[in-house]
Write a protein that binds this ligand. Structure first.
Ligand code: ASN
Length: 319
């Protein structure tokens, strides 16, 4: 994926281009991908929840080395302030503790990325995650779930949509899991601080990267300083497509991390109350950026091409 010119973005966001031949094929591939992944998850015994979009609590997205949020949306309803979802992580933790032991959610996120990110080809200010959470699971259990649904989706597209791929000129390679696991520390030694942009240009198969310092809800081993979390990176420059982790579940530890991050305990009241009662279960989970995964499969230049109404940072079109 390369830098996208502003002229190209202008064309992409015009209403007429919504029905371009290529885009029509992208939507068909997207349908196949969603059907395959959801079928697989239901087949593995996951329950399927629909998302919520407004809440007093959401993902702080802080501190996160990859975040570049210019604005957080807060609105008032019934005299109360609520935020739009930046991810359903807080809700997933509560749901997996008090509800079913494994589930998934197709969950829209609003993240008002800085304008400059419009040209990366990888960022959107509205996108959708395929969120998974599993009680008492480890990181490796989550790896296996996503490896399976992604590999199967690509297999189905290749098997059933060969003509469409040919029309797109897309030579799509099948995945062969398990994917390699690398640690962020070794990548920093090899590529320096911008390992996350160097790595995706240097790989031909997806790679899991572990141990990335970020939000309080990801599990951190305070003795070794290791974070039991991960991202999945796609080849051909497409980059990060999944973020996830084993989770923190101990009240005192979460309080200390929330303080350390300069966040407000009150924003996570329910989560903390459940943890205080000892009812927050250890779990692992992740979220896959659906538009990014589809963009990779079809070989789109900008991830917004797979959306009929592209949400490109800096561009507010009428629709
Ligand atoms: N979905 C991610 C997770 O489950 C969180 C995020 O989107 N920031 O860990």
């Amino acid at each position: 994926m390369r830098h996208v010119m502003s002229k190209e973005i202008e064309v992409l966001t015009s209403i007429e281009s919504l029905g371009d031949e290529r885009r029509l094929t992208y939507y068909k591939v997207g349908t196949k991908v969603l059907k395959t992944m959801t079928d697989e998850l239901v087949g593995m015994g996951f329950e399927w929840f629909l998302p919520i979009m407004l809440s007093r609590t959401t993902d702080p997205l802080w501190p996160d080395p990859g975040a570049s949020i210019e604005k957080r949306i807060e609105v008032e309803i019934y005299g109360e302030k609520v935020k739009t979802m930046q991810s359903m992580i807080v809700h997933k933790r509560v749901l997996v503790s008090l509800g079913p032991p494994k589930f998934f959610i197709i969950s829209p996120n609003i993240r008002i990325e800085k304008k400059e990110r419009g040209a990366t080809g990888r960022h959107l200010y509205e996108f959708t995650q395929l969120e998974v959470e599993m009680a008492y699971a480890k990181m490796q259990d989550v790896f296996r779930v996503y490896e399976r649904i992604m590999t199967e989706a690509i297999k189905r597209v290749k098997a059933d949509m060969g003509e469409d791929l040919k029309k797109l000129g897309r030579d799509l390679k099948g995945f062969s899991p398990p994917f390699r696991v690398l640690s962020r520390r070794e990548l920093e030694r090899k590529y320096g601080q911008s390992w996350d942009t160097a790595l995706p240009k240097d790989i031909t198969e997806p790679v899991w990267v572990t141990d990335i310092p970020r939000e309080f809800y990801d599990y951190e081993d305070l003795k070794t300083g290791e974070w039991r979390n991960f991202d999945l990176f796609l080849p051909e420059g497409y980059g990060e497509v999944i973020s996830g982790a084993e989770r923190e579940y101990e009240y005192e530890k979460m309080i200390a991390k929330i303080e350390r991050d300069g966040l407000r305990q009150d924003d996570f009241r329910t989560l903390l109350e459940i943890a205080k009662k000892g009812k927050l279960k250890p779990s692992s989970g992740a979220g896959l950026g659906i538009e990014r995964f589809i963009a990779y499969i079809v070989g789109a230049k900008h991830v917004g091409e797979v959306q009929p109404f592209p949400r490109i940072p800096g561009i507010v079109s009428q629709m």
